[in-house]
Ligand binder design. Structure first.
Ligand code: AR6
Length: 175
């Protein structure tokens, strides 16, 4: 991977809702009406107006993404995407990659320069973190090489174990 692309990706450990970026991505479900995990944290931090806006959207199919305002977040936007429930089929990987691609496309359309992703599908939806990390980083880096307007992609990992998987995978490109 080119150094220029590596320099535009950053891995952090912590709560995605606290990040000062233009958009944070939410790992939502098809209703877009909130839930647990990162989805619950995003709605709590953004405030009740986020749910009001989400109610007007009418849900989102797996692999697609929808954008709202960020309300009480530092981030101006929330990009809600619906990851696959992990079943171990090849279709899972395609759907997870689509989440990253479609989120980045919405980001570009909305003038987002810095965007943060959680580990989509790696909680309740059961995606193995190593496989999901490779899909996330490979898909994002491929898109970044064709998307000059996005300056920074932050991968925000909640646990130290997930953070170590991401840093290990990304650092291997610069060795
Ligand atoms: N910041 C960053 N990452 C977080 C945070 C946070 N504040 N909280 C949790 N994570 P999950 P999924 C990590 O379950 O697997 C919801 O109920 C977490 O450790 O949030 O896509 C939705 O409504 C894990 O690595 O999302 C759906 O029903 C990652 O975020 C369902 O869960 C994703 O875990 C979606 O499941």
């Amino acid at each position: 991977m080119k150094k220029e692309i590596l320099n535009r990706m950053k891995v952090v450990q912590g709560d995605i809702t606290q990040l000062d970026v233009d958009a944070i991505v939410n790992a939502a479900n098809k209703t877009l009406l909130g839930g647990g995990g990162v989805d619950g944290a995003v709605h709590r931090a953004a405030g009740p107006q986020l749910l009001e806006e989400c109610k007007t959207i009418g849900g989102c199919p797996t692999g697609e993404a929808r954008i709202t305002k960020g309300y009480n977040l530092k981030a101006r936007h929330v990009i809600h995407t619906v990851g696959p429930v992990y079943k171990g089929d090849p279709a899972d990987a395609e759907k997870l990659a689509a989440c990253y691609r479609n989120s980045m496309e919405l980001a570009v359309e909305n003038g987002v320069r810095a965007i943060a992703f959680p580990a989509i599908s790696c909680g309740v939806y059961g995606y193995p973190i190593k496989d999901a990390c490779k899909i996330a980083v490979d898909t994002v880096s491929e898109r970044l090489s064709r998307t000059p307007s996005i300056e920074k992609v932050v991968f925000a990992l909640f646990s130290k174990g997930d953070y170590d998987v991401y840093t290990g995978y990304i650092n291997a490109f610069s060795d």
